[in-house]
Design a protein around this ligand. Structure first.
Ligand SMILES: [Fe+2]
Length: 216
């Protein structure tokens, strides 16, 4: 293939998909953010939620380097096997979320493991895996310093921590993850979340004590 004179550098694209989240006997309607990090040639998909067709359409003819799961709640992984099958990309999950994964996909294991400090490369840039448990045991965030952003899954939202009221969750653990792994990033870092609008580390950091006091 001929080289293009002005290949666009790595960038972030957002796709919102809709479906349900089920756990502990309840089911809720949810909209999820699916993040594509890459360029015109290859992308990494963060959280293949709900709609493999829509994600594949957003990917287009680009190579999918990996399907990365921020955690294994069903709304974040329900389309991962279908997307992996049609793209040939490996599914990567932190092994501490294996039990949760099996509840949704008992017959299809992830293809690889995520670990704290691991680096994922795509389109000439890198994302560092930060193990940020609390929302569930295997929750991770992905820090992309070149892009000035961190993908926080359901660990940190605009306005506070992710939910910790259900099975496999723990509030003191998520607070410790946020305090030590996320609020230590540069304040201008954009936090791109698993649901809803983005925020910045600097906008959230002053509120840690309020969250601890209120207990969620
Ligand atoms: Fe979640």
């Amino acid at each position: 293939m001929a080289a293009t004179g002005s290949a666009a550098g790595p960038r972030v694209e957002r796709l919102v998909t809709s479906g349900t989240f089920s756990l502990d006997g309840g089911t809720w309607d949810v909209d999820n953010n699916v993040w594509l990090v890459g360029d015109d040639r290859e992308v990494l998909v963060i959280d293949a939620a709900h709609d493999a067709d829509a994600i594949a359409a957003a990917v287009g003819d680009r190579r999918v380097v990996a399907v990365v799961c921020t955690h294994a709640h069903d709304d974040h992984i329900d389309a991962a096997p279908a997307l992996a099958d049609r793209t040939g990309a490996p599914i990567l999950l932190h092994p501490a979320d294996t039990e949760l994964w099996k509840r949704t996909h008992p017959d299809r294991a992830p293809d690889g493991e995520l670990a704290d400090g691991q680096r994922l490369s795509v389109a000439g840039t890198e994302l560092t895996v930060l193990h940020t448990p609390g929302h569930c045991h295997g929750a991770v965030s992905l820090y992309a310093p070149d892009l000035g952003t961190v993908f926080t899954g359901d660990t940190l939202f605009q306005g506070g921590p992710g939910a910790t009221g259900r099975t496999f969750s723990d509030f003191p653990t998520i607070v410790e993850s946020i305090r030590t792994k996320l609020l230590t990033l540069p304040g201008e870092t954009v936090a791109r979340t698993g649901h809803g609008d983005a925020t910045t580390i600097g906008a959230e950091a002053p509120h840690l004590d309020e969250w601890i006091a209120r207990g969620h």
